[in-house]
Every structure is written in C-alpha cells, then in structure tokens.
Design a binder for this molecule. Structure first.
Ligand SMILES: Nc1ncnc2c1ncn2[C@@H]1O[C@H](COP(=O)(O)OP(=O)(O)O)[C@@H](O)[C@H]1O
Ligand SMILES: [Mg+2]
Length: 238
C-alpha cells in the first residue's frame, strides 16, 4: 500500500503572541493538495496573524507548520517564498509607480525565474491585465490591483497560495471575476489555496472546505456544505 500524499500545508498546535499577549491559541488546520480552504472569522480574530506565521513574518511561540510534509520552522520568509509559498497580503501591496508589466517581471526576477510560459499562463487567467501591461499599477481599480497581486504571486509557480481577504473593498462585479479566476486556478490543479475571507458567498463559490476562527482559536470547520446558518450567525455575521 502506498502512503497518501502529505497535505499541501498543515499546521499543528500553533500559538502566537504580540508583545506577550496571546493571539493564536492552538491552531491546527490542513490544506489538502489542489483544494481551496477558506479561513473565516470576524475582524481581529487572528486570520492575518495565522498567514504571517505560515510566511515566517511572525514567529510562533509553539506549534509546527509543514509544507508538503516538510517542516518550515526556522526558515526565513524569503526561503519560504522560494520554497513554494505565494502570499498576497491584505490590502494588496503592488508597486503603484511601476507598470503592470514591471510589477509582474519583478516577481520573476526576485524568484530568479525566466519570463515566458508562466507569464503567458498567468495572463490567460487575467485577461484584464493583458490589456493594461503598460499602465502604472497605481491607476488600476482596486479589483484590478487585487488581480495583479494574485497574478504576481502565481508567477512564482507556488505550491501553496495564501490570499488575505481578496474581496475586501472591491466592487461586486469584480468580486465575481476574481471568484471565477480562483475557480479556474483550482481547476488547473497546480496550486492549493488557503483563502482568508469574510465574504460568505465568495467562500461558498470557491472553497472545498472551511475553518472558522474566533478569538485566536479554530471553533468550527468541515466541508463547505456544512457551513450552516448557526455557524454563520454565531461567528461570521456582524
Ligand atoms: N503587529 C501587531 N502588534 C500587536 N497586535 C497586533 C498586531 N497585529 C495584529 N494585532 C492584534 O492581533 C489580533 C489579531 O489580528 P489579525 O491577525 O490581524 O486579525 P484578523 O486578520 O482576523 O482581522 C487583533 O487583536 C489585532 O489587534
Ligand atoms: Mg486580517
């Protein structure tokens, strides 16, 4: 019997604190290969801190994080990025004074990759960017900047993509476009996505399974079909 492949990402017993005050309490979660897992919860519950621990930007006080079965403990953020984790931070920090093309090329340079097939693949996923390659990043709409930030992360050909609230502050029709793109990325079967998100309908459309956080802990989780009204009322709606 051959062993099942390890999860794309797994977190076990993660604790984290800022200045001695405990923020994450015993977070454990699993991102199966090629799936989209939604990490949900109200503002301030610790979603972004969880992603920062995965990226190595916040040092956990306890627990372990594994990428495809390999422990990440002790690796720097840049080593984790080169090791296969793409990160689109909350608020999408693209370079406003560089063109769309330069924003994308910079990502390839940083990761020491040649342009070419990956660029073509990513631009197929985001046709709107193809039309705007020469525009400055700063003049794009919020939704276009979000798509640029996701495209930039995908160019590094990550095994795991971390998205922090990609729909925040974005118009509904563009949210639909971003959702459609995530569905396409999922269908390509190359990347596993951990999606931090508060927008319920978006999660229902794109995610395979979910976890809900409250006050630094995981309080619910399961296949996305099990995300019921009781959970939504208790932990998600404001
Ligand atoms: N750099 C920081 N220093 C101190 N406290 C922080 C810092 N970043 C976040 N926090 C606090 O940690 C808690 C979790 O924040 P965060 O992970 O950003 O939550 P979420 O992403 O779910 O909104 C909040 O109470 C927030 O105020
Ligand atoms: Mg956040």
């Amino acid at each position: 019997m051959s062993a099942a492949p390890p999860p794309a990402l797994s977190i076990t017993g993660l604790h984290a604190a800022y200045d001695g005050s405990q923020i994450l309490r015993n977070i454990s979660l699993t991102l199966p290969p090629r799936q989209v897992v939604a990490l949900m919860g109200r503002n301030g519950v610790g979603k972004t801190t969880t992603l920062k621990c995965i990226m190595g930007l916040v040092k956990p006080t306890a627990g372990s994080i594994q990428l495809a079965g390999r422990p990440l403990n002790g690796l720097r953020p840049d080593e984790r990025a080169r090791g296969g984790i793409g990160y689109v931070p909350q608020g999408r920090d693209i370079f406003p004074n560089l063109t769309v093309a330069e924003n994308l090329e910079l990502s390839l340079v940083v990761h020491g990759r040649a342009a070419g097939s990956e660029m073509a693949r990513v631009l197929e996923l985001f046709p709107v960017l193809k039309e705007m390659l020469k525009r400055k990043g700063g003049v794009l709409s919020g939704g276009q900047q979000q798509q640029l930030a996701i495209a930039r992360a995908l160019l590094t050909n990550p095994q795991v993509l971390l998205l922090d609230e990609p729909t925040e502050g974005i118009q509904p029709n563009i949210i639909d476009q971003i959702g459609d793109t995530l569905v396409k990325i999922r269908a390509e079967g190359k990347v596993s996505i951990l999606l931090v998100e508060q927008y319920l309908d978006f999660c229902l459309e794109v995610a395979d399974s979910f976890y809900v956080m409250d006050r630094g802990a995981i309080v619910a989780g399961g296949p996305i079909a099990q995300l019921n009204d009781t959970i939504v009322k208790q932990y998600l709606t404001v």
